[in-house]
Ligand binder design. Structure first.
Ligand code: ZN
Length: 236
């Protein structure tokens, strides 16, 4: 019996290897973030000089004048993540019974507070002074990566038929709910992270739905039944 249990654990570990999250500087990616019209407001909020002059020399200069600070920040992001990494993957494997999708898994430090992610390649940027802490950003983005793949494989009909914005919203709602669970709060230290639901009422309904479902599968199944695209706007 014991042997059998061991074999199961071993197989699960083989099927579900934990990705190793890397941390890097990437000035070219920051230049892309800097010039993206989507992020313009957030970019100039922290770097007002860019409002008048969108020159990419600003980014070069910033990286040069803050070289030591940025290098230290990457090291700190790495060290911080190592303190919660093992626990994070343990919690996720209990909540989402799904292998981690293949990808690069790189967190790039950013001097901008925009924090975009690239679902296809499993890369994302994190503002190096993020108020929610970079550990929280990493947990949030990694949950998006696994949830997206989980949803695509386990709810493939819905994945094909639903609007991508609706799926994105569902992914944020799942994050809202999961990252408020005590086991995650214990490692992120964020009891009340940013709300991604469109209203606090929607968040409260999602938390209630989780208390009635308790698994990602049941939560998503119920969410899709009760909160279809047409109903979502009338419910909130
Ligand atoms: Zn998100």
């Amino acid at each position: 019996m014991l042997q059998h249990t061991r074999a199961v654990v071993y197989n699960q570990a083989q099927m579900n290897p934990r990705p190793e999250l890397k941390f890097q500087l990437n000035i070219e990616l920051d230049k892309r973030t800097c010039t993206s019209s989507v992020f313009h407001t957030s970019v100039i909020k922290l770097h007002p000089a860019l409002a008048k002059d969108e020159s990419l020399e600003y980014v070069d200069d910033y990286y040069k004048t803050h070289e030591k600070e940025l290098k230290n920040a990457v090291e700190k992001m790495k060290t911080d993540w190592l303190t919660i990494e093992r626990k994070f993957f343990e919690i996720v494997s209990k909540l989402v019974n799904h292998p981690w999708p293949k990808g690069k898994y790189v967190c790039y430090l950013s001097i901008f507070n925009c924090n975009p992610r690239f679902i296809e390649t499993k890369e994302f940027q994190a503002y190096f002074k993020h108020p929610e802490t970079t550990n929280h950003v990493c947990a949030h983005e990694l949950l998006h990566f696994i949830f997206y793949d989980y949803f695509e494989k386990n709810f493939s009909e819905d994945y094909k038929k639903l609007d991508s914005k609706y799926i994105w919203r569902l992914s944020e709602i799942v994050n809202d709910v999961l990252l408020r669970l005590p086991e995650f709060v214990a490692i992120t230290g964020r009891k009340a992270p940013a709300v991604y639901a469109e209203t606090t009422q929607e968040l409260a309904s999602a938390i209630k739905l989780w208390s009635e479902t308790k698994t990602v599968k049941a939560f998503v199944t119920n969410y899709l039944v009760h909160w279809n695209t047409a109903e979502v706007s009338s419910r909130i």
